[in-house]
Design a protein. Structure first.
Length: 719
């Protein structure tokens, strides 16, 4: 059987379903409904698909395709997901169509299903998408179905919160056919993204040719700078050493509130000039501060020289002792422990906009910043905490300037961040990087990954400044708690999408030492803007998911985008070898259609990978992911140490897969920094102690006549 999803859809361009397949990096085929051509479902006794997903099908369409689908289901035990399809009358479901604004809740059984996939959602009233605003600001309405049924074999998993009707059900028929039905539109909404993880996991029996991970990276631009609020003289803030010590302690403390296995660390993008300014040492080194008025997507010709900020005769031989007059420099310079509290990368020396930068200016901006980061100054450039191959460019500039990209190449810089508000730097598939060409940038092959701009503004260090800027920009006032709530609800959707974009903050947002003590999500402390934003995002995230939040440095983050791109290009093929009678999976063969790549296999079920020839990644309570290196040659064979039955997706979380690790763990000892939550502890207990323990448990059990687990019997049949 091929491990591939058949996606049959009558949805329009606003559906989020393909983006969720892409979120995992799954292999799937798309067929538009109604079907106008032959769709091959099997060949020579081999199923071509291991799961079927049908979206927005009418009753007529379902009647047409259902016989062929059910034949495949019966023969190969394949599950089907029906997404906002017209309820099938043959199932005995009563339904009415509606465009009313509703919210949905998980039922008791839905909560159990979510827990199986390390999800939460209990008590969460999730919005149902009913409208997409078009380019003319008109609402394009979307219908959902409100259903009832009277069949004990149907297991409700989702209901509307203000009426008695259901929005989701798992159907287990007498003939063994199984399907999941979600009756809400799969357009932009929390409910659509959240429930997608349920049906994707369920319809694939918990064996997914993809990868599930949340990378949570916070980048702080302008580090070492001293920015004025709204260009106002006298209102400014530069981070202090005590601010940074507090941030360091907070990063360790917040791990207690994150899911097991999490690893959290800020990444600081530094501007070295401000060390000179604050040390009053050779500080006035740039002569021309002219701002050149070219567009952000301006493609600078290679025949054009550009700016002339740096004259070439500046004195850049700095005295390391003189630089210690800057307290921040003195704290971090040659201090590995303090440096390792954060990740680091370059943000250019003086923060010069690079759109019109000359080759010489770009060289000075990068070269001097690298010099400041290296020995004998800060001494961090060659350390693991520093991303030598990455940059945050000022104002996301210079990425269409071939001269700038040539300088990046000179210094080994391969990756930059973009901005998701910039269409010129953002792919439609946001899991893939933008790659420069001669047409876009007069340079081939520079990598740009997307980055999110939250509404914590660059020149603000207090909430009052944020609210003043908000009123100036939007023309109305807002409460700070409401602002944070809006941010949390927006960006948690990005995490539900499995987006790996880092988040953009700025130096002043780190201010905390002189903040009033407040209670934030049950924790009391002096929290700055960035900290309050992260705490509020985390509190919202914890309502939905129990998956580790992982921070990795930008060099490693960019590599995940390249890995996904290579995976896409090599078009992997997964084939399960299943015994016809026992349905035992003897092996899964994985091969490449074109070229070399590393591909994942994720198992949310009791499947213990044989680690021979593969790498297994397991973090916290997450199930294991096998990583397989493939090429155009012979397929790789993936086997299991235990018996894995195709249609038995029982998951207890008790299996281990041997040598497990985080592929991007920057702690060389493999430990979760700052907490013991994510550390795997292996304890060998003597047989005598075990015997005593087992006898004690047995006596306790029989003396107290413990009752069996009282879970809903209908759920036992499903799970």
């Amino acid at each position: 059987m091929n491990m591939k999803v058949l996606y049959m859809t009558a949805a329009d361009q606003n559906t989020i379903v393909p983006s969720m397949f892409e979120a995992y990096g799954m292999v799937y085929d798309t067929v538009t409904l109604p079907v106008t051509q032959t769709v091959n479902l099997e060949t020579n006794g081999k199923a071509l698909y291991s799961a079927i997903v049908i979206e927005n099908a009418t009753q007529d369409i379902i009647t047409t395709i259902k016989p062929f689908i059910e034949e495949l289901q019966k023969k190969y035990k394949i599950r089907v997901a029906y997404l906002n399809c017209e309820p099938d009358q043959s199932f005995g479901i009563t339904a009415k169509q509606s465009v009313f604004m509703r919210k949905v809740l998980l039922t008791k059984q839905g909560i159990e299903l979510a827990k199986k996939y390390q999800m939460k959602g209990e008590g969460m009233h999730m919005d149902v998408g009913t409208c997409i605003v078009d380019s003319n600001f008109n609402c394009q309405p979307y219908n959902h179905y409100e259903v009832t049924f009277n069949n004990p074999d149907y297991i409700p998993i989702l209901k509307y919160d203000d009426i008695d009707d259901y929005a989701g059900v798992v159907v287990k028929q007498k003939d063994g056919l199984e399907s999941i039905h979600i009756f809400i539109p799969f357009i932009e909404s929390t409910s659509a993204y959240f429930t997608s993880h349920l049906w994707i996991s369920w319809v694939n029996y918990g064996l997914i040719n993809g990868f599930r991970r949340i990378y949570f990276d916070i980048q702080v631009d302008d580090y070492f700078a001293d920015n004025k609020f709204n260009y106002t003289e006298g209102i400014h803030y530069r981070t202090s050493v005590d601010d940074m010590k507090n941030i360091s302690n907070w990063q360790k403390d917040i791990l207690k509130r994150m899911p097991n296995g999490s690893d959290f660390k800020l990444e600081l993008a530094m501007n070295g000039l401000h060390v000179l300014t604050n040390a009053h040492h050779k500080e006035f080194v740039a002569a021309d501060w002219t701002v050149y008025d070219v567009g952000q997507d301006y493609v600078k010709p290679l025949t054009e020289v550009g700016s002339n900020r740096w004259q070439g005769n500046e004195d850049t031989e700095w005295d390391p002792m003189a630089l210690k007059e800057d307290p921040l420099y003195a704290y971090f310079a040659e201090n590995p422990q303090a440096q390792d509290d954060f990740y680091w990368l370059t943000h250019t020396f003086s923060h010069q906009n690079l759109n019109f930068a000359s080759l010489h200016d770009a060289d000075m901006e990068i070269g001097l910043n690298v010099k400041m980061a290296d020995e004998p100054y800060l001494g961090m450039y060659k350390r693991d905490c520093f991303s030598q191959h990455s940059i945050v460019t000022p104002e996301i500039s210079g990425l269409h300037n071939g001269h700038v990209l040539q300088v990046f190449e000179k210094y080994g810089i391969k990756y930059a961040v973009g901005d998701t508000s910039r269409k010129d730097l953002t792919q439609e598939n946001y899991h893939l990087p933008f790659i420069s060409t001669m047409e876009t940038s007069n340079y081939e092959g520079f990598i740009v990954i997307p980055r999110q701009p939250p509404q914590i503004y660059w020149d603000c260090s207090t909430k009052d400044e944020i609210l003043a800027y908000y009123q100036q920009f939007y023309g109305n006032t807002i409460e700070w708690t409401t602002h944070l709530k809006n941010e949390a609800e927006l960006h948690v959707k990005n995490l539900l999408k499995l987006r790996h974009d880092p988040y953009m903050f700025h130096e002043g947002n780190l201010r905390n030492v002189d903040m009033p003590e407040i209670e934030m999500e049950g924790v009391t402390g002096r929290f700055g803007l960035l900290q309050q934003w992260v705490e509020r995002i985390l509190a919202e995230y914890n309502k939905y998911l129990d998956w580790p939040l992982i921070s990795i440095k930008m060099d490693n983050l960019a590599e995940t985008y390249l890995r996904r791109l290579k995976q896409k290009q090599c078009q992997p093929q997964y084939t399960m070898i299943i015994d016809e009678k026992s349905l035992k999976i003897s092996e899964i063969k994985v091969s490449s259609t074109s070229g070399e790549c590393r591909v994942p296999l994720f198992a949310i079920r009791d499947a213990e990978f044989d680690t021979n020839g593969i790498t297994v990644e397991k973090i916290g309570n997450d199930p294991p992911t096998a990583w397989i290196d493939i090429n155009s040659g012979a397929p790789k064979s993936i086997k299991f140490k235990n018996d894995v039955i195709w249609n038995d997706d029982t998951y207890t979380g008790s299996t281990s897969s041997g040598n497990t690790k985080n592929l991007f763990n920057n702690n060389k000892n493999g430990e979760n920094q700052g907490t013991s939550k994510g550390i795997n502890v292996y304890v060998t207990v003597g047989s005598a102690i075990l015997a005593v323990l087992f006898i004690s448990l047995a006596l306790y059990y029989f003396c107290n006549k413990r009752k069996r687990d009282t879970r809903d019997d209908s759920w036992d049949n499903l799970a």
